[in-house]
Design a binder for this molecule. Sequence first.
Ligand code: PRP
Length: 217
Amino acid sequence: MEGNRYLTFALGKGRLAKKTLELFEKIGITCEEMKDKDTRRLIFVNEQEKMRFFLAKGPDVPTYVEYGAADIGVVGEDTILEENRKIYEVLDLGFGRCRMCVCGPASAQEYLQKRELIRVATKYPRIAKDYFYNKKHQTVEIIKLNGSIELAPIVGLSEVIVDIVETGSTLRENGLEVLEEVCPLSARMVVNPVSMKMEHERITRLITMLRHELGRA
Ligand code: PRP
């Protein structure tokens, strides 16, 4: 997979990056340097494949890819929907499966049914707005938070939340439940539109190999 220039990958930090590297290993692309947990280095190179990898905060991955600082990114679909960047979504990687849901105490169900003007706390204001305004036609007040979203209805900041549900244990342990499902989610590979043209052969070959590997998994 030799090319003239480095193909740069931005990977969302954490579990997604780990899963992505495991998947890449299966198709023969390794990055040993990246496995060193104590390293403070930010960028890792595979000289043989002419590939560079870096880790970024999830919401920053689409930004790096849109501006072409990374040719390819791997990030959750939630982040892609929320960031709304000019990037191509090319592959569902199948892992990181979860759901975007409206959650709250069971008692909040009637506010949804009656389409009341409620407060919705979320890390995903764009997704929440799209869901309530365009799909449900319910006027709500969106309150942006940056984490531990489940706290909001417990302490009275909002009636419901829009958040990711994976196992459901955070909800259960806090007396909350899924009230409505917004959409299913998983990890996606995204590509810069110019890179897709300039490095078409290398990128499509990579996508084909990954697709093949995922098909077998
Ligand atoms: C995410 C999400 C939920 C939780 C869902 O939070 O926001 O809180 O995971 O997972 P579960 O259904 O398996 O319990 P994350 O751990 O990413 O941290 P955050 O609260 O800071 O967003």
